[in-house]
Design a protein around this ligand. Sequence first.
Ligand code: BGC
Length: 775
Amino acid sequence: MNTIAKIIKEENHRQKGKVILGFMLTILLFSCTATEGQDQSAMDVTIEALMVKMTIEEKIGQLNLPGAGDITTGQAASSDIAQKIKDGEVGGLFNIKTAEKIREVQRIAVEESRLKIPLIFGMDVIHGYKTVFPIPLGLSCTWDMSLIEEVARVSAQEATADGICWTFSPMVDISRDPRWGRMAEGSGEDPYLGSEVAKAMVKGYQGKNLMADNTMMACVKHFALYGAAEAGRDYNTTDMSRIRMYNEYFPPYKAAIDAGVGSVMSSFNEVDGIPASANKWLMTDVLRDQWGFDGFIVTDYTAINEMIAHGMGDLQTVSALALNAGIDMDMVGEGFLKTLKKSLNEGKVTEQQINTACRRILEAKYKLGLFEDPYRYCDAERAEKEIFTTENRSRARSIAAQSFVLLKNDTQLLPLKKQGTIALIGPMADNTENMPGTWSVAGDFEKSISVMKGVEEAVGNKATVLYAKGANFVADPELEKRISVFGKPTYRDNRPASVIIREAVNTAKKADVVVAVVGESAEMSGESASRSDISIPETQIELLKALKNTGKPVVVVVFSGRPLVLKWEDENFHSILQVWFGGTEGGNAIADVLFGDVNPSGKLTATFPQNLGQVPLFYNHKNTGRPLQNGWFEKFRSNYLDVSNDPLYPFGYGLSYTTFKYGEISLSSDHLKGNESLTVTVPVTNTGNRDGKEVVQLYIRDMVGSVTRPVKELKGFQKVMIKAGETKNIRFTVTPDDLKFYNYDLVYDWEPGEFEIMAGSNSRDVKSKMIKWMK
Ligand code: BGC
């Protein structure tokens, strides 16, 4: 079959006898697909048979991905997009939902267009579909890859039941700048952890068989370096050395490719002075030639058109640049649709390039089984049974509870008892719609569980729960408008702040304990939600001050989609619980942790700075020639006059209601050679009186290199349940592969010498030993 496919390909390229060949191939194809399933050659035959029949316009049409606009059922057939679909000018649609609506649009494609090619339906299913799980940054704090895979699997199960077969996830952009609102969508600052998460998500979405009706194609994004936008301002320029790209920012994208991700999305930013969508080095040399990616590349939303503003030329020029770079599909902007034919006639792109892009998109459709059954993902009965089920919601609840990070609890105020009077105070204390956080396109916001509801249900009639809003999210009404554009209401209280606070103080005075639920609203992080001040807004700080002054014990529960500056809170309160945005079941999960039904086990995947001036602050930094030696200011060393170099809470940090003690690490050898492997053993004892989960972390420092190396790098972790009083010996195996990095010539290898092996409960508190590892 391979030979036949090859011959056909050559024939096709010669552009001879298209119609006859098409007919012959249809017959051939009929006899092949039945027996060979997803076999590569059967796919080639199907696609070749189709492509010989396609006009150049129809091929370009496949490269076009419009948004669904406002198609509603019944309207679909008469919409603007419907006409384009009939004319073969659309390859897929995105952010349209429900099996019924998608079936109707698909029907137009497969019944009313000339070649009846099915459409691919995409969506931003980023952290769940109707059952919304924690935002990705929160999910990463579980450090539990099987849970993360499960989230992706459940998301796929629900989304595919509703007609969607392609998700614009995982977002794997490494970011070290919490001003950037989209940190919420990724897994934080670490390339190793980010790579593990990327693999788990691709596996969860795509499963073992993409043709199954409950798996979907993943799309890793945003390639590349989107998280390194200057000043943390969204869509801004990035500029970095290749050695940093390869060692620190590329690994999660590559991990997704190695895990078999079906598609890649190009980013908005420029890389090396060329916008990603026109960057041939990035899209072809790195992605395809070096990493062997064979799926298709879609741009981000209007990214081709935006290259006009980047200063790369007019629409025809930038569209040709994108195709030449290796982009296959144009999201929303229609630059391909409007200009590629002209560019072809003028010799600015080749027919071969258009064929290649078209083939890749048709291949994706084939792999998803859409040629076999275009309605494969439109099963209203499945949608009825499999979406937002009790089982999925209870998974969401348990996973959310594991994403929370206990930042401080020095007087063991937490867990609370289910007794007496508890006052819930703050703008997130009784807000349902903001619980899901950013990017919850399909979620029904009003079906989420608020903190108030979760706490009330948890205590039943054992305790009295009081509520006061206490503060608006932000004082400035204009700013508040900017953080509620997507229908997640903030319920602004227009009374003077002092009146709102006084009411809260009166409520607090009636309580035995106060839970202050503060921080960001959902839309204060996410896309186009960069902040130049990453503190809890001033008006909420005023509330916290007033609550503190009541003398009541106060637990601070912080919602945010990024690390915040919590120095003042840390200095003034005994218990702080970071809850990100926990999703549909967030309120129940928060109650589970507040009352100790779940022992918190989340650990930070992004550093919390002491102040914004320290940013970018990350654990795996370089040493410099003048590192600090005594932890605080020293003249002529690399530090600040006014703040130490320490973070407030380091990467990997998070407390539990129990305590863990780390013993000395032991090594199987301190002199290794070649491909030997090292076993690192670290005894961890649960010294408290509750069972608890601990994330044991392994870091390595390469002491001397041909290029400078970070002061430590995460190389392994294990999340283990340790019973009260129990000691577990945690073992890690290190091989030379773990020592590899890209050198100055971008060769990936390890260099012999001395290494510091470290293990601990976070990136700061580690036990360490030295080894020598020679070639
Ligand atoms: C975002 C992408 C998203 C796309 C489609 C863009 O604005 O940057 O992450 O997948 O929209 O909704």
